[in-house]
Write a protein that binds this ligand. Structure first.
Ligand SMILES: O=P(O)(O)OC[C@H]1O[C@H](OP(=O)(O)OP(=O)(O)O)[C@H](O)[C@@H]1O
Ligand code: HPA
Length: 174
């Protein structure tokens, strides 16, 4: 494989600190209840696990893999479900966990699809947000970091399936 130069954007320590803060906020917001974290594969695996370990209310995990084609039109026809959830979400406090929001197309299609399944509540938590890239508005309830419009890898994020296992978030110089 070609080797790339990768510069640290968010260090391992900074990521860990922010994940702890998000987990504390979620634990406070759902005090006395339980939450179902929906991990959007593959990028959000690391984030979901680290977040789940630090949430102090009861947590259930489920996994979904989707890919979004085309832009703009909010139509579920352009969201392909590659792996469906294992269980219904009716009556659950659901948090969709993403590694990154870029154009917003994925979430703008996924949120209405899950809302139709009648969860008790539905929120979005992302580690990273690239607001400059947004094509469609999405409501983000928990956001780790806003980042500039640079291609990032690590902590779950890939370049051509590589670099997901880096413990920090880095900018790849292509
Ligand atoms: O806001 P958007 O422009 O829709 O982009 C964000 C989506 O793209 C990435 O997934 P990707 O399809 O690369 O899959 P992966 O998580 O398996 O790498 C990311 O995990 C989000 O799901
Ligand atoms: O910067 C990125 N890195 C990896 N995957 C992504 N998907 C959207 N933006 C990115």
């Amino acid at each position: 494989m070609e080797k790339h130069n990768i510069s640290v954007l968010i260090s391992e320590e900074e990521v860990q600190k922010r994940v702890r803060e998000l987990a504390a906020q979620i634990s406070k917001d759902y005090d006395g209840e339980s939450v179902k974290l929906i991990c959007i594969l593959k990028g959000s695996v690391f984030f979901t696990c680290e977040l789940a370990k630090r949430i102090t209310v009861p947590v259930i995990l489920d996994f979904m893999q989707v890919s979004s084609y085309g832009s703009q039109t909010v139509s579920s026809g352009t969201l392909k479900v590659k792996k469906e959830l294992d269980e219904p979400i009716e009556g659950d406090n659901v948090i969709i966990v993403e590694d990154i929001i870029d154009s917003g197309n994925t979430l703008s299609r996924l949120v209405p699809m899950l809302q139709e399944r009648n969860p008790k509540s539905l929120k979005v938590c992302t580690l990273l947000d690239k607001p400059e890239r947004r094509e469609v508005d999405v409501k983000v309830d928990y956001n780790g970091f806003n980042i500039p419009d640079k291609f990032v890898v690590g902590y779950g994020l890939d370049y051509d399936q590589n670099y997901r296992n880096l413990p920090y978030v880095g900018v790849i110089n292509l």
